[in-house]
Design a protein around this ligand. Structure first.
Ligand code: KIV
Ligand code: NA
Length: 265
């Protein structure tokens, strides 16, 4: 498979082809989705929730993002890999943000970085893009803002919030982001935003009118049993199958029926 570049993504957008994105945090999942033909892989800071078991994404560190991004890079042969910038790696000042974005590219091998925010991070996006690191923005329900939002709730339902989100989308596009994730916003607003900017929108809980879609891999495989938000479609409910395999193994070891002759030297 040939390497997908930012240019390819821009060409897909120009042609009106939908852009497909999934998250990955490790080698095996990255390899499988790469072979399945995914356009972009996001090493999301959702790793904090779905891999590490934290309640929020706030505790995720640069070191963890680098570790997971490296594993994903080894599994990915053609997908464009975007690494999330974790909480506190870009909010304090632009110099920090540039150094941390640089680490995700230089130390981990990511092709692009993603950070949360709109008008408030436009200068930061511009500075990273000026270092020739492609940036994906992320607006709407931004999980790192959980304490401001007061929970993971749909954003932009009120007119004033909706206007702000349109301004945010325009600001990140103007700052040089090559795509923007729209998370947890009404489908009509996502459509309006998609039509008001000239970079692709990647939706998650933002309806069908976005230029592409992203979902968390553990969610579409039914591996997150805690709760499943409305926007998730479980394409394969694997947790029961995995547990069944585990119980079979436990039962067979206890019964002395594993290993058999065919597994023994
Ligand atoms: O961290 C993540 O997985 C994300 C996507 C849900 C957009 O940011
Ligand atoms: Na994220």
């Amino acid at each position: 498979r040939k390497q997908t570049t930012v240019l390819d993504v821009q060409n897909m957008y120009a042609k009106g082809d939908k852009i497909t994105v999934l998250t990955a945090y490790d080698y095996p999942f990255a390899r499988m989705m790469d072979q399945a033909g995914i356009d972009m892989i996001l090493v999301g800071d959702s790793v904090g929730s779905v891999f590490s078991g934290y309640d929020t994404t706030l505790p995720v560190t640069m070191e963890e993002m680098i570790y997971h991004t490296k594993a994903v890079m080894r599994g990915s042969q053609g997908a464009l890999v975007i690494a999330d910038m974790p909480f506190l790696s870009y909010q304090v000042d632009v110099r920090d943000a540039c150094l941390n974005a640089g680490r995700l590219v230089k130390d981990a091998g990511a092709h692009a970085v993603k950070l949360e925010g709109g008008e408030n991070v436009a200068d930061t996006i511009r500075a990273i893009v000026n270092m020739d690191i492609p940036v994906v923005a992320h607006i709407g329900l931004t999980p790192q803002s959980i304490h401001r939002m007061g929970g993971y709730r749909v954003q932009g339902r009120k007119e004033e919030q909706a206007r702000q989100l349109i301004a945010d989308a325009k600001a990140v596009a103007e700052a040089g982001a090559f795509a923007v994730v729209l998370e947890g916003i009404p489908a009509d607003l996502a459509k309006e935003i998609t039509e008001s900017i000239d970079i692709p929108t990647i939706g998650i809980g933002a309806g069908v009118h976005c230029s592409g879609q992203v979902l968390v891999i553990h969610d579409i495989l039914g591996l997150c049993e805690k709760y499943s938000p409305k926007f998730v479609k479980v394409y394969a409910d694997l947790a029961p199958l995995i547990k069944e395999a585990m119980t079979s193994y436990i039962d067979e070891v206890r019964a002395g029926t594993f290993p058999g002759d065919e597994h023994s030297f």
